[in-house]
Design a protein around this ligand. Structure first.
Ligand SMILES: Cc1cc2nc3c(=O)[nH]c(=O)nc-3n(C[C@H](O)[C@H](O)[C@H](O)COP(=O)(O)OP(=O)(O)OC[C@H]3O[C@@H](n4cnc5c(N)ncnc54)[C@H](O)[C@@H]3O)c2cc1C
Ligand code: FES
Length: 283
């Protein structure tokens, strides 16, 4: 059932316009869109936290929920990495610099990065699932003294499917940070790890002491990564993930995104495993 909270639907569901500044080709079916909200006041009001989402709209096609992949420390523009899977995302992929989209948000709780100050961060992504956790990674890098050691583990099916290739060198040069890349199937050009991302995490064996692990990717990857993290003695309180689900309004009105008594759009999309266990039974 949808929330009974009174919401002024005439204002919260109305998008504002934004201009696409740049489009970066990431993989054969993923592009990153750099956009700027047109209205100066709306731009200032759009204050996101790492892990929050926005509803992006294309006139005549519809709206889609997309993670804000840029860090809030990047104030010149917002970035969205979008995989083509259907009507709206196909329409967005036809757009180029100078084109307009609709945007509303930011929505959701985001990652509790303030509570993680002083902790080591272990970030584990798979495929397009790197997009939401990249906002945390770049946020922690831009606030480097607030966080401990940073370890990124990222895997994709093939070298062509890796997103944000243009950032790996910068990430690997960050002080007290390590970057581990892997693909399921390599090719002649690939000189790095081959194998599932969980296997690389296990090999490196990061300590759970004073650490937080964040993971986002395909459900099958999450399932195995959780087992690996448990095997390394991470507790459900130390593990966070961001959920995808069927979403429509993003403001707790339509009731499409509930899991148990929670709405992914308002109470999530970020949950600790301890919270998910309470909602769902053991993961
Ligand atoms: C919290 C959240 C964050 C997301 N972040 C991103 C992101 O950063 N980048 C990105 O590319 N996508 C992201 N998605 C998924 C994105 O919202 C959907 O891919 C998109 O709405 C599909 O719309 P469409 O009209 O192009 O496809 P449709 O024409 O509506 O559907 C095409 C196919 O995609 C499937 N599909 C539709 N919605 C989803 C969904 N939510 N998850 C998985 N499959 C879906 C349909 O079942 C169908 O098989 C996110 C979704 C959620 C809920
Ligand atoms: S209640 Fe509408 S998407 Fe969550």
């Amino acid at each position: 059932m949808a929330s009974t909270e009174t919401i002024n639907t005439t204002s919260v569901l109305v998008p504002t316009t934004a201009t696409i500044l740049e489009v970066l080709d990431e993989t054969p079916d993923v592009k990153t869109f750099r956009v700027q909200i047109d209205d100066e006041q709306a731009r200032e009001n759009f204050k996101q936290k790492p892990g929050q989402v926005a509803e992006l709209s294309v006139f005549g096609a519809g709206e889609s929920v997309i993670s804000i992949t840029s860090s809030p420390t990047q104030t010149d523009y917002l970035e969205f990495s979008i995989k083509r899977v259907g009507v709206v995302t196909d329409a967005i992929h036809t757009l180029t610099s100078g084109d307009k989209i609709g945007i509303r948000g930011p929505y959701g709780n985001g990652f509790p990065v303030e509570n993680w100050k002083g902790k080591n961060l272990i970030i584990i992504g798979g495929g397009i699932g790197l997009a939401p956790v990249r906002s945390v990674l770049n946020y922690a890098i831009d606030n480097r003294s607030d966080y401990g050691h940073i370890a990124l583990f990222y895997g994709a099916r093939t070298p062509q499917d890796l997103v944000f290739k243009w950032e790996y060198e910068r990430w690997s040069q960050v002080e007290d940070a390590e970057v581990h890349l892997t693909v399921d199937c390599g090719d002649d050009t690939w000189k790095d790890n081959v194998g599932v991302v969980g296997a690389i995490v296990k090999q490196v064996n990061p300590s759970p002491e004073n650490a937080i692990a964040l993971t986002c990717g395909p459900p099958i990857m999450i399932k195995f990564v959780l087992q690996d993290l448990f095997g390394m003695n991470f507790t459900p309180e130390q593990i966070y993930t961001t959920l995808e689900g069927k979403m429509q309004c993003c403001v707790g009105l339509c009731g499409r995104c509930n899991i148990g008594s929670k709405y992914i759009c308002k109470d999530g999309p970020v949950f600790s495993l301890a919270e998910l266990n309470k909602i769902h039974g053991d993961f």
